[in-house]
Design a protein around this ligand. Structure first.
Ligand SMILES: O=P(O)(O)OC[C@H]1O[C@](O)(COP(=O)(O)O)[C@@H](O)[C@@H]1O
Ligand SMILES: [Mg+2]
Ligand SMILES: [Mg+2]
Length: 336
């Protein structure tokens, strides 16, 4: 069958034996995420018609105003995973702590925990700009049939068995990896089926797009300022183009297709930047590396960082490998 006509369901079955511990459990889990993505896509697409724009009036553990779609997407993903009894634990940007799913019932042999950013790019919901969902999957480290613990969630990114995102944009796409490259699937809304539209996605080694909120420029470390100036200089194939959607998923997706770098540096206002290691940076870093790109906190490989807290933040530089190496060079130079 021509690869491009393959549905996501067929692709999952065809590739399920490529997983290290393939028992079909991870396939079922990715299928459940596919289903939840379609449910959330339906809600996002009609957001302006029904009363799901705006804030709920509560804040999440990070002190951010929760948008109605943040809460709705969170509920839909948790419900879908819980009902399918396919995971033993879930952690989410919108939940203070992790949720244990029947994990202490020895009949439940589920081995996977999922970490999600149910709705990424929340500041863009009300203005009809593309948003996303991010997911990260690990095998639990504690004994099956015993309660999951924080230890099962605080694993370095290199332990991920799968990661991906959904982008709710001009079209809806699900892009994921299980450690064997990155593939993108586009939803045919007429029949509600994802088709393989972007096989074997790869970051160009270098690109001409930089994505950063320049409104924070004066607060950035000197090395980052120097790199932004370098991007803007009339020299060689520069200046680069500045593109910043304000939704990590959408900026990452564009840069993976066209070549570019996304940066959310630390600043004098936010010592660890803004993005969360466990359900934003780790999954995007796994995808980036699987697509021959690179992801670091300016010094260290994101996937090597040992997490200490569920909602911890890290500075994030991610995209075309040569561009990430360049900004790391500028940061190291400025710190000498
Ligand atoms: O408005 P800022 O400070 O530039 O932040 C934008 C960044 O924050 C985020 O919206 C954080 O994600 P959430 O919307 O999931 O909280 C990223 O998607 C985006 O890249
Ligand atoms: Mg996010
Ligand atoms: Mg979010």
């Amino acid at each position: 069958m021509e690869k491009r006509n393959q549905t996501l369901g067929e692709f999952i079955i065809e590739n399920q034996n490529s997983f290290a511990y393939s028992t079909g459990e991870l396939s079922k889990l990715i299928n459940a995420i596919r289903l939840a993505a379609k449910v959330v896509n339906h809600e996002v697409n009609k957001a302006g018609l029904v009363d799901i724009l705006g804030a709920v009036g509560d804040t999440n553990i990070q002190g951010e105003d929760q948008q109605k779609l943040d809460v709705l997407a969170n509920e839909k993903f948790i419900q879908t995973l819980r009902k399918r009894e396919i995971v033993c634990g879930i952690a989410s940007e919108e939940e203070d702590s992790y949720i244990s799913i029947n994990s202490s019932d020895e009949n439940h042999q589920n081995k996977y925990v999922v970490l999600i950013d149910p709705l990424d790019g929340s500041s863009n919901i009300d203005v009809n700009v593309s948003v996303g969902t991010i997911f990260s999957i690990y095998r639990r480290v504690t004994k099956v049939g015993t309660p999951v613990t924080m230890e099962d969630f605080l694993q370095p990114g290199k332990n991920q068995v799968a990661a991906g995102y959904v982008v709710y944009g001009t079209s809806t796409m699900l892009v994921y990896t299980t450690g064997h490259g990155v593939n993108g699937f586009t939803l045919n809304p007429a029949i509600g089926t994802f088709y393989l539209s972007h096989p074997d996605m790869r970051f160009p080694k270098a690109g001409k797009i930089y994505s950063v909120n320049e409104g924070n420029y004066i607060h950035f470390p000197q090395g980052v300022k120097d790199y932004i100036k370098y991007c803007q200089m009339e020299e060689g194939n520069r200046p680069y183009t500045s593109r910043y959607i304000g939704s990590l998923v959408s900026d990452f997706h564009r840069n993976m297709i066209k070549g570019g770098i996304y940066m959310y540096p630390k600043s004098s206002k936010a010592n660890n930047g803004k993005l969360r290691l466990l359900y934003e940076c780790n999954p995007m870093a796994f995808l980036a590396e699987q697509a021959q790109g690179k992801a670091s906190d300016g010094h260290n490989r994101i996937l090597d960082i040992q997490p200490t807290e569920l909602h911890q933040r890290v500075p994030f530089f991610c995209g075309s490998r040569l561009m990430v190496e360049k900004v790391e060079e500028f940061i190291a130079e400025a710190e000498q």
